[in-house]
Structure formats: C-alpha cells, structure tokens
Design a protein around this ligand. Structure first.
Ligand SMILES: [Zn+2]
Length: 352
C-alpha cells in the first residue's frame, strides 16, 4: 500500500470512528423528541423482547425444562424462524392454542405468553398436575418481520418511527389470509399447527387502539366468539365458555374492564375462519393499545405495559386451569347477552 493510500485509509477510519462516537447522542435526541408522541406518554420497548431476545429466551427455557418442547414450524418472509412451544403431549387430553402477534405492532401479549411459558417450565406440583390434564400450544409472535419493522414498504412515518407494523413483510394482513393462505407465516401456522394437532380451543390475542370505552371508562380488553353463521352451535358454545372463564378471571382484578368486541362475520379472520374450517372453539381477545401505528391515538405509553402483560398471563392461566379441571364446561355463557359492545371515544374504528 503506498503512503497516500494509507493516509486516506487512516483519515477515513478516523472519520468513521468520530461519526460512530457522535451517533448515540444523535439517536438519543431523536428518540426522546420523537414526532407526534403525546407528551405524557413515551414509546418504550424496553419491556418488549426483540426477535433475537425472544428466540434466545425460547431456546433457553425449553432446553432447561422437561415439560416444554420447542419446534420451528416455518420461516417468515424475511426468513426468521417461526416457533411453536408445546406443553403436555397426551392425545387424550384437551388442547388449547395461544396465538399471538399476527399483527407485528401488538406486542405485550407475546410478553405475557413468554411469562406463562416460563411459569410452565418449572417443576412445581401444580405444573406437573396441569401437564397431566391439558396440552397447551403457544405460537408466539407469528409475525416477527412486522414486529421488527423489517418490511418491504415504508413505515418511517409511523408514530414511533416505524419500530413495528401490523402487516407482514409483504404488507399482507395475516389475519385476513386464513382462507387464501398466500403468506409463509399463515401457511406454517395452518400446516404445522392447526392441521397437525387435535385442537379444542384457540385464543387469538391482539391489541387494539387506546380509545375503546365501556361505561365511559377505557376497557382493558374486549372479546368475541365466532360469529360466522357457518360455525356449529356447539363450537360457538365452547367459545362462549372460554370467554366466560376469562371474563371472570380478568374482571376480578382491579384493572380488568372488558367489553364485547364489535367484530365482523368474515371467515378470512382467525376467530371465524378457524372455527369454521377446523371446528374448534375460538376466542378473539383484543387488549388495549399498540406499540406503533400510523395513527397516533392507537399507540399506548409504557405506563400500561405492566397490567397488559398481567392481563395476558391471567387470561392464559385461567383458560388452562378451566380446561384442565373441566370447569370450563360449567361456565355461564349468558353473561354474553348482557355484555355491551365497546364504544370508541375518538371515533376510532376497530380492526381485529
Ligand atoms: Zn391485531
């Protein structure tokens, strides 16, 4: 290398080092003064695991547990592994699926699922008894590309700067793809989970905007059973019972305030389509607030993260317990007739 080139290389390297040194300060400023964020909120993803952190966690917790099994069921558009965590494997027992994050910007629910997975990895008497009575399948974060904001379209104008999005990398809404199944995420879910196990119940967990209210108070979540007229009566009753168990568990908490979700009848969405196609009971659970969205009012600050994660844990554990001890079959479904639909404080539209 001649002297002039060496000088140039050195100067370039120095410039790069100086640039890198300056970068954290610039980033800190940009994040702290992020555009259009309500001043009493701050977008904080500290409590949300990145894809890599989630993946590490799942390998770690399932490696160390005799009761949990981790399986890769496919890859996302951007070739991230999609995971299934299995608890219990007795085909004579009832099976429930917890599906989270079809929409990448609906993240706390996955944190809740990871808490429950951790709880089931232990060796307590209670966990061992549960394992003898129920099978649980977790499909956490079925849309990892959307969750990472690693997509083939521009989301830089989102409220939190495009950290995550509803859609998958191809800008497809996975919860409209359950009939056509054009995306690798939906194909993996159907072929390697829904068609492979004898499933009795499935909860499709989401987050919605921040403005839904019931009795002039913000809801902590809203639920709905399958409403497509093609779904069998028995399957709908099972779905309503599942909702009943969760309603009782969540509303027993001080922060729990649940309404009925005003969802549609289309079979392209999981709540209807899966109940129709596979004849198992389904429940939509929409928790409050998202981590990023094109609409500012949909984004919730960090103060709510704690109870949202708790709500996810309480819901999943209540469902597992009631299925395990059979009490789900005695659950009162008449409360659904009296449960009002949520209303929208800011005329924001719902989209499950
Ligand atoms: Zn959603």
């Amino acid at each position: 290398m001649n002297r002039n080139i060496m000088k140039l290389v050195f100067a370039s390297a120095l410039t790069l080092v100086l640039l890198l040194a300056a970068l954290p300060f610039q980033q800190a400023g940009a994040v702290g003064n992020g555009p259009n964020i309500n001043p009493n909120q701050s977008i904080n993803k500290d409590r949300v695991k990145t894809y890599e952190e989630m993946s590490d966690f799942l390998y770690h917790v399932t490696d160390r547990s005799d009761r949990l099994e981790l399986e890769v069921i496919g890859q996302s558009v951007k070739e991230r592994d999609l995971f299934l965590v299995k608890f219990g494997n007795n085909p004579d027992n009832p099976t429930i699926v917890f599906l989270t994050q079809q929409h990448g910007n609906e993240e706390m629910i996955t944190e809740g699922a990871l808490h429950v997975i951790k709880n089931l990895s232990g060796n307590s008497r209670h966990v061992r008894e549960l394992e003898e009575k129920v099978n649980v399948l977790f499909v956490p974060r079925i849309n990892p590309d959307g969750a990472e904001g690693d997509v083939n379209f521009d989301i830089s104008d989102y409220t939190a700067g495009g950290t995550s999005t509803r859609f998958n990398a191809n800008e497809v809404d996975l919860n409209r793809d359950h009939n056509d199944r054009t995306q690798p995420e939906t194909i993996a879910l159907h072929e390697n989970v829904l068609q492979k196990y004898d499933i009795d119940y499935l909860i499709d967990f989401h987050h919605q905007g921040t403005s839904p209210v019931l009795d002039d108070r913000y809801v902590s979540g809203s639920m709905l059973y399958p409403t497509n007229p093609g779904v069998s009566e028995e399957t709908v009753i099972g779905s309503k019972q599942l909702g009943s168990v969760i309603y009782d568990a969540v509303t027993a908490k001080g922060w729990g305030h649940l309404a009925k979700y005003p969802g549609g009848d289309a079979n392209t969405i999981a709540r209807n389509g899966l109940a129709y196609e596979y004849d198992f009971s389904t429940l939509l659970f929409e928790m409050r607030g998202m981590t990023d969205n094109s609409r500012e009012e949909a984004v919730l600050g960090q103060k709510s993260n704690g109870y949202l994660i708790k709500q996810a844990v309480v819901s999943m554990e209540a469902a597992m317990e009631a299925i395990a001890d059979g009490s789900i079959h005695d659950a009162d479904i008449n409360f659904w007739d009296d449960l009002p639909y949520q209303e929208y404080r800011d005329q924001e539209e719902g989209q499950e």
